[in-house]
Design a protein around this ligand. Sequence first.
Ligand code: AHR
Length: 494
Amino acid sequence: ETTTLHLHTAFTVDTVDPRIFGGFLEHLGRAVYDGVYNPESVHADDMGCRKDVLAALRRLNFTAMRYPGGNFVSGYHWQDAVGPREKRPKVRDIAWQSIETNQFGPDEFLELARRMDWTPMMAVNLGTGTPEEARNWLEYCNVDGGSKWADMRRENGYEEPHNVKLWCLGNEMDGPWQIGHIPAENYAILAQQTARMMKMTDPDIELVVCGSCAPDLPTYLEWDRKVLEHVRDEVEYLSLHRYVGNEFDDTEEYLAVTNSIDRQIEATDAVCLSAYHTRKTKRRVHLSCDEWNIWYRARHGEHLDGKGKYAPHLLEEQYNMEDVLVAAGFLNSFIRHADSVKIANLAQIVNVIAPIFTRGDEMFLQTIFYPIEMYSRRRTGTSLQVQVQGPGYTSKRYGKVNYLDSSAILNGDELSVFLVNRNLNEPMEVEVRLADAPIESLLNADFVAGTDPKATNTFEHPHRVQSCTHDDIAIKNGVATISLPPLSVYAGTL
Ligand code: AHR
C-alpha cells in the first residue's frame, strides 16, 4: 500500500523560525565542565573549550542557546561567576548536589556564543534570586557603561555590551522539585515585576515566561492561564518543556508519542490564544519549547545526585535507533506548528542527555545527532501543511497514527521533506505530490535506518547508527516516489 504526502505551495503554516533549532547548555554534570570546557584537555583552545566538541556542535548549527539552567539556575548567583577567575567562589549547587567552581561563567559563555554564532538565551534566577538581581544582570550584559553593573563588565574586560536579547524568567517554576517553587499566582507576580524592571532597563529584549513544564503535572494549563493573566503585556513567549521515553519497552507505542507532542503544543497555544482573544494579553504570546528530548533511562536515583562532586556523571543517557525517530518526530512537530512554536531547545548539547558524548579526550556522536543535523541543514523556509494518506496503527495511549510522520519546508523553488517510517518491519514507498507544481529533480537527501531499535553508538562502535546519502527515489510526471527502509528517518531537498 502506497503512502502519499499531499502538499500545495499555497497551503502554508508560517515561516520556520530558525530558533526552533536551538540548544541548551546547563551547569549540570559534565555538560559545561569536561564537555564544553576543559582547559586540561589536549583539545583545549585558547579559551579552554574543547575543539573536538565545538566542531561537532558546529555541525548541528544551533541557533538560540539557553544558559545556564535548568534547575541549576534557580539557585545561581551570576555575580559569583564574573571577574577574575581566582576570586570566584566555589559554591554548592543543591539542585544537582554538585560543586560549582564558577570557572566558566556568563562572560565566557557569551564569548563562546559569539564564536559559535549562537543567539544567547539567558535564564535568570527566580528561585532564590530577586527581580533586582535579574535586572542588574541585564544591565551588566546590555548597558554600554556609566553605571555600576555596566562598568563592572567593562572592568572585567568586555568593553562592548553583550547585547543579550532573549531572556527566560526563571526555570520550571511550576515543578515541585524546583528550588523556590511557588504557586502560579505568586510566580506570576514575581515574573511580572522582574519583566517590568528588565524592560525598563532594556526595552529591546524579548522575554519567555515559565509555562507548564510537563503535561502530567496537576497544574497543567491552569498554571499557564494564571501566569498569562498576570504578566499581561510584558512577555513575548510562554515556555513548555517535554521529555519522553520508552518506559514500557514497546517501540510502536513509543513512536506514537508524537501525537501527544502535537496535542501539548496545540493545548498550550490554545491557552495563549484564549488569553489574547479575551484581552488578557495585548499580543498573541508564542511558544518556546525550551527543553525537549528523550530522557527516561538516566532519570532517577544516582543519575540525579552529584554527591558533592565537581563535574559528576549525571543524566548520561545513551541513545539508540528508536530514539532517532522520536527526535525527528519532535522536529516534525515543531515545523508543523511553525505558527505557534518560535523557539525550541534540544536539552542538552554535551554529555548530559545529549547528542555528543565524551570520555577523557575521546568523543562519539550519539544516534540522535544525525536527525538533528539532517533537519538543521534544510531548515530555511516556510512550513507547508502536510496531509498524509496511508496505512497506520492504533497506539494504546496516543490513538491513531500513520506509519509515516512528516513535515515539509518550502524555500523558493526548493522543497525539503522530512519523513519518518515508523513501521518496524516493512519498507515504505512515499509519493510526494506538490499539487500545484511538478517535482523535477532531487538536489540532495540523507537518511538514517536500522534494523535493531536498540542499536546504540559507543566508544568501541561509534558508527553503528549514522546518516548516509539517500538516492532511492523515482521522479515521474512531477511526482517523487521515495523508498524508505523500515525504522528510518529521511530528509531530502527536491
Ligand atoms: O535538562 C535537565 C533538567 O530537566 C533541567 O535542569 C530542568 O529544567 C528539567 O527538569
